[in-house]
Design a protein around this ligand. Structure first.
Ligand code: NAD
Ligand code: ZN
Ligand code: ZN
Length: 346
């Protein structure tokens, strides 16, 4: 079967032929219907060898959707033919944290060598993929796999972030979304669906700002040196009650701090390598700065339910598996609107 692999440090992703895997005891084989292209893959592919926490080659794709194709011995909770998406940030499954569904914060995953599909174990950018346990699967029923697949990360990660900020996002509050790409365009919609906050989007081009308005941002501003002052002006000098930074560079972190209100919530979601210095006089009094990671299993089921209720409009560009390297190039150039999705069956 064809698979998209990251094979050599610093190299571009390649389409290669690999064997179709067979499900072992307890595992599930999926025929992949769709795989999302996340900016984190680009970050992984720019890491020096000594920082990469897993060996190569790696089949990419940590956003996966598929049809259950075969069951390993002992699996009975899913049925061949089920349409599902894959929960990525898998933990040990048995500790207190995993038992509450928050496998994204499992304290044992690293020690046990558990890696998400596409981020250490073989991912969804292939015609078939193995899922280690049926608990990682969320049924999507009639949802289109192409628009459902980004929900597993581009939807789940901002859903988790927005939920953490709910106490801040009361009527009259303002939320800022920095970076309106795969995650950001869903963050805007999640803020609109879950909170009464005014939503201000920041990005670097007129097209992205237009896109942000189109998916529900009340205001869209250029992310430049004047952005913080503009947000202060929009909020009568008070600043934003929550800032979600989906870029995570030093420059956006500085901007986030400069536009934050007192007692605000700044969430550094983007993995741009930036830091936000925290201390008295460095951030407004009471402000929290956090680095949320992905989301819980329960939250994935909730995001899927929200999509099934018609509350989310996922924007996608589709590519055949042979064209996956081009999708990564376009993402790197900032040219994707919403999420690029690979269709391994085409
Ligand atoms: P994307 O490329 O689809 O979107 C990034 C957006 O940011 C683009 O619209 C781009 O134009 C915009 N941008 C670039 N520089 C900017 C600036 N200075 N100011 C404002 N906007 C700017 O990326 P994505 O797949 O949505 O991922 C976003 C970030 O989140 C990445 O860093 C990714 O690695 C990270 N991520 C983190 C988690 C987590 O669990 N914390 C999960 C998934 C992705
Ligand atoms: Zn991702
Ligand atoms: Zn655990």
């Amino acid at each position: 079967m064809k698979a998209v692999q990251y094979r050599t440090i610093g190299g571009a992703p390649e389409v290669v032929d690999v064997a179709v895997p067979e499900p072992g005891p307890g595992q599930v084989l999926l025929k992949v219907t769709a795989a999302g292209v996340c900016h984190s893959d680009i970050m992984v592919m720019s890491m020096p060898a000594e920082r990469l926490p897993f060996p190569l080659p790696l089949t990419l794709g940590h956003e996966g959707a598929g049809i259950v194709a075969a069951l390993g011995e002992g699996v009975s909770s899913v049925t061949v033919g089920d349409s599902v998406v894959v929960y990525g940030p898998q933990g040990c499954g048995v500790c207190a944290v995993c038992s509450s569904g928050r496998e994204n914060y499992c304290p044992h995953a690293r020690r046990l060598g558990i890696h998400p599909p596409g981020l250490g174990s073989p991912g969804a950018m292939a015609e078939y993929m193995i899922v280690d346990d049926p608990r990682h699967l969320v049924p999507i029923g009639d949802l289109d796999p192409v628009s459902a697949v980004p929900l597993t990360d581009a939807g789940l990660t901002p859903y988790h972030s927005v939920r953490r900020a709910l106490p801040q996002l009361v009527p009259g509050s303002t939320a800022v979304v920095i970076g309106t790409g795969g995650l950001g365009h869903l963050a805007i919609q999640l803020l609109r669906a879950l909170t009464p906050a005014r939503v201000v989007a920041l990005d670097v081009s007129a097209e992205k700002l237009e896109f942000a308005r189109g998916v529900g941002a009340h205001e869209a501003l250029l992310s430049d040196a004047n952005a913080a002052a503009a947000v202060r002006e929009l909020t009568g000098g008070l600043g934003a009650d929550a800032v979600f930074d989906f870029v995570g560079a030093d420059v956006t972190g500085r901007s986030a701090v400069a536009m934050a209100a007192l007692d605000a919530d700044i969430q550094l979601v983007g993995i741009g390598g930036g830091t936000i210095p925290v201390g008295f006089g460095r951030v407004p009094y009471g402000t929290t700065v956090t680095t949320p990671y992905w989301g819980s299993r329960t939250e994935l089921a909730e995001v899927i339910a929200l999509a099934q209720a018609g509350a989310l409009s996922v924007h996608t560009e589709t590519y055949s598996i042979d064209d996956a390297p081009r999708a990564y190039e376009r993402l790197h150039q900032g040219k994707i609107s919403g999420r690029a999705v690979i269709l391994p069956g085409s």
